[in-house]
Design a protein around this ligand. Sequence first.
Ligand SMILES: [Zn+2]
Length: 376
Amino acid sequence: MQESPVCPICGASEWSSVETFVYARRDRPVRRLLPLVKRWQLLRWLARVLLLARPRRLTGRARLLSPHEARLRSVLYEVWFPGQNTVTLTTMYCGRCEFMTYLPRPSAEDIRAKYRYLSDLNPPATGPVNTPSPAPATVARAERVYRLCLKHLSTHPDGQSLSDLRVLDYGGGDGRLLQPFLREGHRCFLIDYHPHPLPGVVKLADDWTTCRDDRRYDVIICSHVLEHVSDPGPTVEFLARRLARDGLLYVEVPQEIWGGLRLEADPVTHVNFFTPCALEYLLERNGLEVVASQTQVGDYEGATSEVFWALAALRRGGPALEIGAAPGEQDRLSEGVPHAGGDLRKLLYPSRRATLARLHRLSRRSVRRGKPKHDA
Ligand SMILES: [Zn+2]
């Protein structure tokens, strides 16, 4: 675990600490009262964002957990801090680029050890598996990404041909976001640990560190990946180098810093927490320019949440990105200065009026769940 890393987005070494979370091995999973416990936790969070509306001075704890949360929590005691009965994590904010993480921060090896441990707890099925068909919300999301990419490719000044695209999904599980591209006859590729890609999708590697493929792609999708990895910079640099001259990179991340990071129950799944500013700067720093971006509320595998997506292309007139260069080993392609607003309090705890409007958007979307809206 890294005690004092630099910001993985902008390289700054100054962090502001925000809140502290303390976890104890004796915190127990509960089954019978769980719905009640969850409701109580939600009420406390609502009180926190509406009434307190500032980082808490007290430590955040969740003593009663679901069995799933208890399994995730055990990563702390068995993998990241072996031998410790209590673990303290402090959430940190980079005022230069608006990125948030927590310290100590897991390294690449810690993240690999986490996945090995969790996969040993729940071994993947062996042999051919029946992949469940994607939820309606996932189908709608795949269609939205497809329409968005096609719309922007068709207006590209270089007149991109829209037939026979080469499309890569980075970290997309079995490749279900590729389905509309498959249906239209485009060539689809996948980099992911998932052992069983959808029929028609060619798996290239587990992740960028093991990928020997040196071809370029017209569309690259990286959806809900960057919040999990220890190295978001080298990951985006790898993707930028695989982008065709007039290709597009679609990146989507959850928006989770609002109301403070909610690490009480699950401190191990996400390690990076982006604002739009932090994500756009990460793209720009790697030779890309954002051509479209949006914050939106959607249904993600059964949970309503707020996400931010950006569509980026190689910067016009920028340096050529050589595929052969190893990500992370060169100076960043362009440094630039992030355009961070910087006011931590406003970012985490906006006005009560803005908070109520946000809650309203989230609750309306929850009610509508099951009838996904086809919004581009
Ligand atoms: Zn930063």
